[in-house]
Design a protein around this ligand. Structure first.
Ligand code: NAD
Length: 497
């Protein structure tokens, strides 16, 4: 589907991407209604290609294909499923340039980060769940009556995987890899802003030997086909990653139908710098935590809480360092911060920065659009921005901004730091900087979050589960825990009397 212009010794080029079709039952198809929409390159603001605008009829076809393929895939030995998943990992590494080019052009991700993080993580996830596919097994149980008793772990059937715009490759894989390892089939609906890598991966999965109908991709708008997929009687499980508002809606539809659902939702993590922290390390981690993926990171660290004793020095170090973070063309290997994934995301961030000014916030770095030239002048860039002195009640502190914006607040005591950290509706990630080991464990235990990092940020691995508490959702992805979300336990008790 994609042609990448590669010239040895030169940097990766923007790809020519053919118009995207739907992938249903192992075949590329035009949408039933024939509608399409544009995929925009956020680094230039120009249209990259067009994508099929799926309708309810396409969802029906995809669910039917997934249902038809389900018994065969469930009966495929785990070892064979493992071989296929491992081939996916190998193909992802072999075709890394092509995948990086498409994902970077579609999402605006800096190519260096996309290669090291997104593409590498996808390969690692397929390797990890390839190993897991061989050990999806039950256990013998001993009970007092004469019997042979054991549990079986069975796949759920057809999984509807709905994913957001910010990490298209990683977040679709974090559903598809464990779902396939456990013997389920999948209908994937990627985000309308960033659908292209889902189509590329569909081709790679087929090339690796995933049978027809086991993974189907329907592109289109959540507002048009989302409810149809969520309420489809042929869907057995919903795996949703996205905003808290849409997740709440998905959960209510799933609840009415008693469908199992996992929800990976919004975040607004606090990053606490205690007075005993290594300041240089803390500032470095704080910058990484809020600029990574241009702040479009559910587990980013947009709220920095700094002990009174360090407040001025940390703010000074941020004011000095943040303007030097390289912002620009994602295809420049030196770029660290690319554009926002879409104009509407940038507008939302600008509104929050306006609100911060109105709420008495002091802009310490950034605060507007950077001056870029060439093609980048049309891109959706926003400067990494640091805002001090906002009250905890400000919407800018309480809500998820989802852009390269850091608010900095001060605290006097450990109890106050924990109260501020836990004082929003979210609970996805959290972090702290300290050289006191006892404090590290004590505070980690008190934070409302599915994952806590100490003395660094975003240490993630397919073996480490993550997920939310409170308005950040429920269920865990990654680790063996993810398999629990894609299997059900059946007990078998055979009388020996
Ligand atoms: P979103 O909720 O707008 O969209 C997510 C997906 O839901 C998209 O595919 C969209 O098309 C679909 N959708 C929209 N309306 C729907 C409906 N009525 N029924 C079914 N599907 C529907 O989220 P977004 O803007 O794409 O992503 C950003 C959000 O995702 C942020 O809140 C971020 O924190 C969150 N996120 C969470 C995690 C996590 O692991 N917890 C990871 C990444 C992003």
């Amino acid at each position: 589907m994609t042609a990448v212009e590669e010239r040895p010794g030169t940097r990766l080029q923007r790809p020519d991407v053919e118009p995207g079709q739907l992938f249903i039952g192992g075949r590329w198809r035009e949408p039933v209604a024939g509608d399409r929409f544009g995929a925009v390159d956020p680094g230039t603001g120009k249209t990259l290609t067009s994508v099929a605008r799926g309708s309810a009829a396409d969802v029906d076809a995809a669910v039917a294909a997934a249902r038809e393929a389900a018994p065969g895939w469930a009966a495929t030995p785990g070892r064979e499923r493992a071989r296929i998943l491992h081939r996916v990992a190998d193909l992802v590494r072999t075709r890394a340039d092509e995948i990086v080019a498409v994902e970077s052009a579609d999402v605006g991700k800096p190519v260096s980060l996309c290669r090291a993080v997104d593409v590498e993580t996808v390969a690692e996830q397929y390797e990890y769940y390839s190993a897991m596919a061989q050990s999806v097994d039950g256990a013998a149980r001993t009970i007092p009556i004469p019997s042979h008793a054991y549990t079986r772990r069975e796949p759920l059937g057809v999984v509807a995987a709905i994913t957001p715009f910010n990490f298209p490759l990683i977040l679709s894989t974090s559903k598809i890899a464990p779902a396939l390892a456990a013997g389920n089939t999948v209908v994937h609906k990627p985000a309308e802003d960033t659908s292209l890598s889902a189509l590329l991966m569909a081709g790679i999965l087929a090339e690796a030997g995933v049978p027809d109908g086991v993974v189907n991709v329907v592109t289109g708008f959540g507002s048009e086909i989302g409810d149809h997929l969520l309420t489809h009687p042929g869907v057995d499980k919903i795996a949703f990653t996205g905003s808290t508002a849409v997740g709440r809606h998905a959960a209510s539809l799933a609840g009415e139908r008693l469908k199992p659902v996992t929800l990976e939702l919004g975040g607004n993590a606090a990053h606490i710098v205690f007075e005993d922290a290594d300041v240089e390390q803390a500032v470095g981690a704080a910058i990484k935590a809020f600029v990574f993926n241009t702040g479009q990171f559910c587990m980013g660290g947009p709220r920095l809480l700094v002990a009174d004793a360090l407040y001025d020095s940390v703010l000074g170090a941020l004011a000095e360092a943040v303007p030097h973070v390289p912002v620009g063309d994602p295809f420049d290997p030196a770029t660290v911060v690319g554009p926002m994934a879409g104009e509407r995301h940038r507008v939302k961030v600008e509104q929050y920065v306006e609100q911060a000014r109105a709420d008495g916030g002091r802009i310490v770095a950034g605060g507007g659009r950077p001056a870029l030239d060439g093609d980048a002048a049309g891109g959706f860039f926003f400067q990494p921005t640091v805002i001090a002195d906002l009250p905890h009640t400000s919407r800018v502190v309480q809500e998820e901004i989802f852009g390269p914006v850091l608010t900095v607040q001060r605290f006097a005591t450990e109890d106050e730091a924990v109260a501020l950290a836990n004082g929003t509706p979210y609970g996805l990630a959290a972090g702290l900087q300290t050289t006191n080991l006892a404090r590290a464990h004590r505070v980690a235990a008190r934070l409302d979050a599915g994952i806590v990092w100490v003395n660094d940020w975003a240490m993630l691995d397919p073996a480490i589960p993550f997920g939310g508490v409170k308005d950040s959702g429920f269920g865990r992805e990654y680790g063996p825990e993810a398999l629990d979300a894609y299997t059900r336990t059946k007990s078998v008790v055979i009388s020996l009397a």
